[in-house]
Design a protein around this ligand. Sequence first.
Ligand code: ZN
Length: 270
Amino acid sequence: MILYCDWGGTYFRYTTGEEIFVIESKRFNLFDFLDHFTKSQSLSQINISFAGQVKNGVILSSPNITLKNFEIKREVAEKYNITLLIENDLKCAALAEAKAREANNIALVYAGTGLGGAFFEDTLLRGSDNLAGEIGHIPYQEAPYLCGCGNSNCLELFCSGSGIQKRVTHENLDSNLTLGERYHSRNPDEKAVADDFISALIYAGCTVLALLNPRFLILGGGILENEPWLFELVKKEILKKAFPPAAKNVTIEKPIYKNSSLEGTKLLGL
Ligand SMILES: [Zn+2]
């Protein structure tokens, strides 16, 4: 049996078939989970999409999950005799969304706990350490708090759930508001959080169009999913502000899959 998992900053989701099970990431421990799971099921392989930087079966780092330089593939093979395939979550999502469209040229920008990106042109664009696409960590503006990567000027600090949380705490704002409520708030400080989020997302989209000239740009992630009003607004602004020749033939769409990263784990190793 193959276990498919999406290990995000907020939730760990897994499935072996149709039904998807969810555990809060902060309560999740991989070895406890596998100890328990392997007692009742016979596992041959585990495919993981991971919200962080991975290379050749090693978790290098993760801005929103406290793991670093963890040789996950080797440890799971030694302890459980299970083959483990692990890939960055957005790269998994790109595999799934490219296949679903039969597209050979696609870019993803997802705003959830973090801000991630991935690019696919016939194959995944990886870079020398499998870090290509980390759009959340391009320098943007200085903030008075740190990103999970250690810098204080990342785009992700303005355009992600974790970034909003840090700002809300720092500025002593209302932690219970949705992005939509902030956007319509009469409090200029609350409104600025939403306005800055939107500007940063537009910046991310325009940057991707200029750099990669994709045929499809997919805007997704937990925040866009929870705030349906956001997609059309951001799409319109990206098309208006981006490098005109690159904006001309791009199709900006929502993801086809509700959980593209989990769907993409089914394509790992194929
Ligand atoms: Zn960062």
